[in-house]
Write a protein that binds this ligand. Structure first.
Ligand code: 3H9
Length: 682
């Protein structure tokens, strides 16, 4: 089977791309396509050419696996030039995905036809790049400035219907893609489909609109390089074609050299790497019905997520009132999905009528495939619930806990079937957040773990396999670096300075604003180890003063109608806490704040690796990217650690340890890596 095939049908020719799984523009595909076009263009008997993709879609763009290697000619821009400059008109016939360089081939064609399942997009900004095969230059001429800037700077793809509405495709035709391609080529040859050269299509200057977008992007994504470079390339559309394309190339390679692109590609890979687990070959159990125990924020969120993905859910609460409250929360959550266009009003009514029930007894769990316990973090209560479930659940049912850090071995031991017990740790709001920690204890059966992953696929979540320890992967690292945050505040950093520094690094919200959001009382309860003094003395003082964070309007900040403002009454509590530790506050720079918090994060993450709690560094990155708001353009804590380097980190930790030896220790693995010159990248 050739990567690019030619099929002649009378006076037209079909050129098909065949490079599974996604027809990425590999060397072989680029060479084959340019050769095929040259061959057909030299043949006067060919009146029109249709270009289409075999398999799942048209083309997913440049071959990401070739990035970082010496590029081989012809490069993607030369391929799109070859399409545009072919004398014989070319129609791109798009089914499935036409992304990045894939869509750019379509933009260079002389006409575009899509099947209804097509998804057309230029997602390069998501991996820190810009469309570099003529996309920035050509797209505005086809769909206008505004639509082109929106598509390129957000990276969001269009459906076939949307593409037709904005003129991105000439028509949408149902049918088998090869047949649609043949008909389109025949129409093109017969003049029933207009052929035009994209780079010659007229476009009026609109400096004001470009300036407006520049301001908007700077405000929305102050850290991101690629959207700004894309805008610059789009602005060059008005230049003569070859000049505009040459400038687009320069901007593309500037993006490629920027560390943001490597980080964003790592994040893209992380989403896929997490699925590779030792249990991948086990057959998941069949799951249609899910029981949820507890209807608080977590339980209701989990039930909502399940219902939105087609599972039937029974929720158990302590009382009729609590069951009603949970039903109201779930109805509200589902209503939000209707508002966002993810669910129809009729589907919502049908789900609530046929797929959901809230009760007060476990009896209904006798036939449930998976039960998920989501009550508050109390070991005795959880053990009691699991013991009861054990007596009711059918053989083969999976008993899952949403615990965010308790010992799952102990919970499993409360049942007569520990192999059926697994942790499914959702993140709040559970119907929105993408991360799911699948926590595997000492004797969890492989097919039970595989079922957790299969459910994650149905739920469209990103599962990360975690072993058992206090806090698993995510919370264990969080609790450790929150201690570093507390120490910085005690040393002299104002809480808002800590948040500003971390927001400057790229977090949407600083750690203390997050603590306010989660509830200061909850934070203390979860971070404090049994029998130990409160994790944060300052927060203990704040809770004693009646400040619980955002939920009652006062915490590190005061929350009113406008932007939260730093709590003006915090100073005496801060003074008292510093005095209790004998600390005279000194100035702490933003850089010190960022370095200290990220280093603390990395130190604990290395511990998680050393103990085998996470399978690989990339799993830790996935947890932080998809569950803890780590800035995607830094790639996750382990990827970020590689950009600093093990040797520099060791040096930094040793310096910190001089002042605070109890907290800072160089992990053995990191020291070894510094000696070997190795990285976390696999
Ligand atoms: C670009 O085009 C730059 C241009 O402007 C030119 C500049 C000069 N290359 O995601 P899946 C692999 S930049 C190589 O599991 P799905 C993927 O890793 C590119 N490989 O399936 C996976 O491999 P594995 C712009 C690729 O159905 C397998 O294919 N394009 C590429 O859930 C299946 O993928 C993008 O950013 C690629 N381009 O989703 C599109 N794409 O089986 C990136 C995928 O070994 N791709 N693979 O794990 C996607 O968004 C999704 O993969 C897609 C399919 C929606 C296509």
């Amino acid at each position: 089977m050739q990567v690019v095939e030619i099929e002649r049908q009378g006076e037209v020719a079909l050129v098909s791309l065949n490079y599974p799984p996604v027809n990425a523009m590999s060397n072989a595909l680029r060479q084959g396509l340019v050769a095929a076009l040259a061959e057909l263009d030299a043949d006067d008997s060919v009146k029109a050419i249709a270009l289409y993709g075999k398999g799942r879609g048209f083309c997913a763009g440049a071959d990401i696996t070739e990035f970082g290697r010496a590029p081989e000619d012809p490069l993607p821009p030369a391929v799109t030039l070859a399409i545009e400059d072919t004398k014989t008109p070319v129609v791109a016939v798009i089914h499935g995905n036409a992304l990045g360089g894939g869509l750019e081939m379509g933009l260079a064609a002389h006409a575009r036809v899509a099947t209804p399942d097509a998804r057309l997009g230029v997602p390069e900004v998501n991996i820190g790049l810009i469309p570099g095969a003529g996309g920035c230059t050509r797209l505005p001429r086809i769909i206008g400035w505004d639509a082109a800037i929106e598509m390129i700077t957000t990276g969001r793809p269009k459906t076939a219907a949307e593409a037709e509405a904005i003129g991105l495709v000439d028509r949408v035709v149902e049918g088998d893609v090869a047949e649609v391609a043949l008909a389109a080529a025949q129409d093109l040859a017969a003049g029933k489909l207009d052929a035009r050269m994209t780079s010659a299509m007229p476009i009026e200057p609109n400096e004001a609109l470009l300036a407006e977008w520049k301001a908007k992007l700077t405000k929305k994504n102050p850290h991101l390089v690629a959207p700004q470079k894309a805008l610059e390339a789009i602005g060059n559309t008005l230049l003569p074609r070859d000049e505009a394309l040459a400038k687009e190339q320069v901007l593309f390679f500037e993006c490629m050299k920027d560390p943001q692109s490597a980080a964003l590609i790592h994040a893209f890979d992380a989403e896929r790497a997490v699925w590779k687990i030792p249990e991948a070959s086990a057959t998941p159990r069949d799951v249609k019905t899910v029981g949820v125990i507890g209807g608080g924020t977590m339980g209701s969120g989990i039930a909502t997520a399940m219902l939105l993905s087609g599972y039937a859910v029974t929720l158990v609460e302590m009382s009729d009132e609590a069951a009603e409250r949970a039903t109201a929360t779930i109805t509200k959550n589902l209503g939000g999905a209707v508002k966002r266009g993810k669910l129809t009003e009729e589907a919502l009514t049908a789900i609530l009528a046929d797929a959901f029930a809230a009760t007060t007894g476990f009896e209904s769990f006798a036939e449930t495939d998976v039960s998920i316990e989501a009550v508050f973090e109390n070991m005795d209560l959880k053990k009691k619930i699991f013991a009861e479930l054990d007596t009711i659940a059918k053989p083969g049912a999976i008993l899952a806990s949403n615990t965010s850090g308790l010992d799952l071995n102990e919970i499993a031991a409360a049942t007569s079937r520990p192999a059926d017990v697994v942790g499914l740790h959702f993140f709040s709001p559970a119907h929105v957040m993408r991360l799911l920690e699948v926590v595997v204890h000492a004797t969890t059966a492989p097919e039970v773990t595989a079922t957790g992953f299969a459910m994650a696929k149905t739920l469209r979540k990103i599962p990360v396999r975690a072993g058992v320890c206090d806090g698993f992967i995510g919370n264990r690292i969080l609790f450790h670096y929150l201690d570093a945050v507390d120490k910085l505040v005690l040393r002299g950093a104002a809480p808002e300075a800590v948040d500003r520094a971390m927001e400057g690094f790229g977090f949407a919200l600083g750690p203390l604003a997050v603590n306010d959001l989660a509830g200061l009382d909850i934070g203390i309860a979860t971070r404090t180890k049994p029998g130990k003094s409160p994790a944060s003395g300052l927060e203990k003082r704040m809770v004693d003063a009646g400040w619980l964070g955002r939920k009652n309007g006062t915490g590190y900040y005061v929350y009113g109608d406008g932007r939260p403002v730093p709590n003006p009454d915090l100073a005496p509590h801060l003074d008292a806490e510093r005095a209790a530790h004998g600390i005279t506050p000194t100035e702490v720079s933003d850089q010190e704040i960022v370095d200290s918090i990220l280093t603390a994060m990395i130190v604990e993450a290395v511990g998680v690796l050393e103990e085998g709690i996470a399978l690989r560094p990339v799993d830790i990155d996935a947890v932080y990217l998809f569950g803890y708001g780590f800035p995607r353009f830094h790639g996750g804590p382990m990827h970020y650690a590689d950009t600093v380097g093990a040797a520099a980190l060791v040096e930094r930790i040793e310096a910190y340890a001089e002042a605070d030896p109890d907290y800072w220790t160089v992990p053995a693995l990191l020291r070894q890596m510094a000696a070997d010159g190795t990285t976390f990248a696999i």
